[in-house]
Design a protein around this ligand. Structure first.
Ligand SMILES: Nc1ncnc2c1ncn2[C@@H]1O[C@H](COP(=O)(O)OP(=O)(O)OP(=O)(O)O)[C@@H](O)[C@H]1O
Length: 658
C-alpha cells in the first residue's frame, strides 16, 4: 500500500483540486467577534481550562523539503519524464471559525476510484490562523483571561504549548514569555497601589505599589531527567551533552513539589527578560550540542509572586511550559536506544498530562469530584499547583495546540487536535441552589453566610476582649486590687471591628466569597473595618485567617467523598525532601495531617524547609539541631486541639451552670 507520504506526493494536484472544490462550497471563515483592540475579558473567564489551536504559515522551501523534491529520495515527486516536479504548498488545515475555534484537518486517503480527502472538524475555544501574530495570540489568551492578575492575586496561571516538532510551540512560548516579562511588573504595581490605598496610612511603597517579590526558576525535563536551565556549565560528557546536576522531582513531607532549582529574584522587566534569555540560550545550546532540536524536552518557566503585605497568603505562580514534541513512538524507531527511551517517556508524560487536563476540565464543568492522577508522572507532579484538588489556590490553564499547515503532516495534526479538543468544555451550567448542608459553605445562602462570618469575627473579638481583660486583671492584682469579672456583652453589643454587611453585601454568599483571592478578601476587610481598635496587621491576619477557614471548609466538603475512601489508608508514609529513604511515621490519617497543616498555615512548610535547607548546607542533622520533627508538630497540634476542646467543654459547663 502506498505510504501517506507517497500518496500525498504523487497525487498532490488531485488533492489540491478536491480541496479547492471543498473550499468553494464551504461558508466563509468566521473571524473573531471582537477586534483585538477592543478586547476586554473573553474567553469565558469562568472556565478553568481554555483550549486554543494555532497553525503557522508555511516556511520558505518547506514544501519542497516535505515532499522530498530530491530525485534520489524514496518518495521523490517526479513527473512522467523523470523530472523533479515543482512542489508547492498544499494546505492540510483550514480555519473555519476563530471563536469558538474550529479547525478542519484534510486527511488524504485512497479509494478504488482514486485519491480522496476526508475533512475532520475539531473544536476549541479559540483558533488562530497563520496570519494571526504573536501579540494577538497573547492578547486573546493570556491578557483576555486575566492570567497575570490571577497570579498576582495568589492564584496559579499555566500556559502549555503542545504540538508536533516544528509546529511553532517554541515560537509561541518564547513570545508569551517575553510579553509576560513586559506586562507583569506594571500590572503588579497597579494591584499593589490598590491594596495600599485600601490599607490607608503611610507606606514606603505607596507611590510605586512595589509590594510584590518575584522569583524565577527554569526547569528542563528530558525523558525522566530534570535539570536546571539556569545552571551554567562548561562541562560536557563524552557525547557532547552539557553536564547539569540532576534535579529530583518528588513530593516533600508537606506534599509540595519544589525541586531544588536555582531561584533568582527579579525586580524589573529587564531583569526577567535577561534571565529568560539566559535559560533559553542554555536550552538552545543543549539542543545544538545534542544534534537535535529542543523538541525532545519539556521546558518549564515558573514565576513565583509573593505579596509582602500578606506574607501568609498563598504565593501566586505563573507556569509556562513549552512541551516536548508530540512525535509518535513509531517515528523514533530509527533512533538510538536513549532517544527511543526519551520518546517513550515523553509520550507517557504527555498522555498523563492529557488525562489530568481532561479530568480538571471535567471537574470544573461539573463542579463535582473527579480523580486527577497527577502523581503518576514527573511532568504532572511539577504541575501539581493546577491539578491538586486540595489546593485552595484558584487556577487557570490555557493549552495552545500547534499544528503544521502542510497536508503532509495531517496525520500528526489530527493526533494533536484530537489530543487537545476534548479539553474544551461547556462553561459550568447555571444551577439552582444546592440543598443546604451545614458543613458545606457552597450551599449556604446570604443569611447563613453573614451568620457564619459574624460568628467568626465575634469569636476573635471575644478573644481579644478577654486578653485585654486578663492584662488589666493582672495589673489590678499587682496593685492589690480585684477586677470585676468580665461580663458577656449584651446581645448585639459586641464590637466586631468590622461591618459584615460590607464584606458580604446583599445577594453575596459563601460560594461567592470562596471565589475571591485572598488579597481581595483582605482588601474588603480593610475597607469594612469599623473603629480603630484593630491595627492594620491585626485586620490582615484576621482576614487571612477567616478566608482560610472558609477555603478549608469548602475543600473539606469537596474532598469528603475522597476522604471516605482514604480513611481505609491508615498510615501516612513520608518521603524525605532531600532523598532519604521513605520511612513510616506515627499513625495519623490524611485528614488530621491536612488539618494540622492548615492550623500551622505556611509556617509549617517554612519551618521545615528552612530548617532542613540550613542544616543541609551546614552538614548538620536538622532534627537534632532544631528539635522539631513532623511527629513533634503533630503532637503539638493535637495538644492544641485537645486544649481547645477542653476550653469549649468548660465554657459549655459554665454556661450550663449559669
Ligand atoms: N506563527 C508563525 N509565524 C511565522 N513563523 C513561525 C510561526 N510559528 C513557527 N514559525 C517558525 O517555524 C519554525 C518552527 O517553529 P518552532 O521552533 O517554534 O517549532 P516547535 O514546535 O517549537 O519545534 P520543536 O519542537 O522542534 O522545538 C521556526 O523557524 C519558527 O520561526
Amino acid at each position: 500500500m502506498a505510504s501517506s507520504a507517497t500518496l500525498t506526493t504523487t497525487h498532490l494536484p488531485t488533492l489540491r483540486t478536491i480541496l479547492d472544490e471543498w473550499n468553494q462550497k464551504r461558508p466563509a471563515t468566521k473571524g473573531f467577534p471582537v477586534p483585538v483592540a477592543e478586547l476586554r475579558q473573553s474567553p469565558d473567564a469562568s472556565k478553568d481550562v481554555i483550549v486554543a489551536f494555532r497553525t503557522r504559515p508555511p516556511l520558505p522551501n518547506e514544501a519542497a523539503d516535505k515532499f522530498h523534491a530530491d530525485p534520489d529520495a524514496k518518495d521523490a515527486s517526479v513527473d512522467a519524464d523523470g523530472q523533479v516536479a515543482a512542489v508547492e504548498f498544499c494546505a492540510g488545515i483550514t480555519v473555519t471559525s476563530a471563536e469558538p475555534g474550529v479547525f478542519v484537518a484534510h486527511v488524504p486517503g485512497m479509494k478504488w476510484s482514486g485519491p480522496t480527502l476526508t475533512h475532520k472538524t475539531y473544536e476549541a475555544d479559540l483558533a488562530f490562523s497563520p496570519d494571526v501574530d504573536n501579540e494577538e495570540v497573547y492578547q486573546r489568551t493570556v491578557a483576555a483571561s486575566d492570567m497575570l492578575s490571577l497570579a498576582i492575586s495568589g492564584g496559579v496561571g499555566c500556559i502549555l504549548a503542545y504540538g508536533q516538532t516544528g509546529s511553532g510551540k517554541t515560537y509561541t512560548m518564547e513570545s508569551v514569555e517575553h510579553r509576560v516579562a513586559r506586562d507583569l511588573f506594571d500590572q503588579a504595581r497597579v494591584v499593589g497601589k490598590r491594596l495600599l490605598e485600601a490599607q490607608g496610612g503611610d507606606h514606603a511603597s505607596a507611590a510605586t505599589g512595589d509590594i510584590f517579590e518575584f522569583s524565577v526558576t527554569f526547569l528542563e525535563l528530558l525523558g525522566k531527567h530534570a535539570s536546571d536551565l539556569l545552571e551554567s556549565t562548561e562541562e560536557v560528557d563524552s557525547q557532547g551533552n552539557p553536564v547539569r546536576t540532576e534535579i529530583s522531582v518528588r513530593e516533600d513531607k508537606v506534599g509540595n513539589v519544589r525541586p531544588n532549582l536555582i531561584s533568582s529574584s527579579v525586580r524589573t522587566s529587564a531583569e526577567l527578560e535577561e534571565l529568560i534569555n539566559k535559560a533559553l540560550s542554555h536550552r538552545r545550546t543543549t539542543a545544538t550540542l545534542r544534534n537535535a532540536t529542543s523538541s525532545r524536552s519539556h521546558a518549564m518557566l515558573t514565576i513565583t509572586i509573593k505579596n509582602t503585605l500578606l506574607p501568609y497568603a498563598d504565593e501566586g505562580q505563573l507556569i509556562l511550559v513549552d512541551l516536548a514534541g508530540s512525535e509518535r513512538y513509531e517515528d523514533s524507531k530509527d533512533h538510538d536506544k536513549q532517544r527511543m527511551e526519551e520518546a517513550r517517556d515523553n509520550n507517557k508524560s504527555l498522555m498523563n498530562l492529557k488525562e489530568c487536563v481532561r479530568a480538571k476540565a471535567k471537574m470544573a464543568a461539573e463542579d463535582g469530584f473527579v480523580h486527577i492522577p497527577w502523581r503518576a508522572n514527573k511532568l504532572t507532579m511539577l504541575l501539581k499547583p493546577i491539578f491538586d484538588i486540595e489546593s485552595r489556590q484558584p487556577s487557570r490553564t490555557i493549552i495552545i495546540a500547534h499544528v503544521s499547515p502542510h497536508i503532509q503532516d495531517t496525520i500528526h495534526s489530527t493526533n494533536t487536535l484530537s489530543y487537545a479538543a476534548p479539553f474544551k468544555t461547556a462553561p459550568p451550567k447555571p444551577r439552582g441552589p444546592l440543598p443546604y448542608d451545614a458543613k458545606d459553605p457552597r450551599t449556604w445562602d446570604h443569611d447563613k453566610t453573614v451568620e457564619w462570618l459574624t460568628a467568626q469575627f465575634a469569636k476573635r473579638a471575644m478573644k481579644s476582649r478577654q486578653a485585654e481583660w486578663n492584662v488589666r486583671a493582672k495589673a489590678a492584682r499587682l496593685a492589690g486590687k480585684k477586677l470585676k469579672p468580665l461580663e458577656d456583652p449584651a446581645p448585639g453589643q459586641l464590637d466586631l471591628g468590622f461591618d459584615v454587611a460590607k464584606i458580604c453585601p446583599a445577594g453575596s454568599t459563601a460560594k461567592n466569597l470562596g471565589m475571591l483571592y485572598t488579597p481581595q478578601f483582605v482588601q474588603r476587610c480593610l475597607e469594612a473595618q469599623s473603629g480603630t481598635a484593630l491595627t492594620q496587621d491585626q485586620v490582615k491576619n484576621t482576614a487571612v485567617d477567616i478566608i482560610g477557614n472558609l477555603f478549608y471548609l469548602i475543600i473539606t466538603a469537596k474532598t469528603r467523598k475522597r476522604n471516605e475512601i482514604m480513611k481505609s489508608r491508615k498510615k501516612l508514609v513520608e518521603e524525605d525532601a532531600y532523598g532519604v529513604a521513605p520511612r513510616a511515621t506515627k499513625e495519623y490519617d490524611e485528614e488530621e495531617f491536612l488539618e494540622a497543616q492548615i492550623f500551622y498555615g505556611p509556617r509549617w512548610q517554612e519551618l521545615i524547609i528552612a530548617a532542613r535547607k540550613k542544616c543541609k548546607q551546614e552538614g548538620k542533622n536538622w532534627e537534632i539541631e532544631y528539635g522539631i520533627t513532623t511527629d513533634d508538630m503533630m503532637d503539638k497540634f493535637r495538644a492544641h486541639k485537645a486544649a481547645a476542646v477542653k476550653e469549649a467543654a468548660e465554657k459549655a459547663d459554665l454556661e450550663g451552670l449559669e
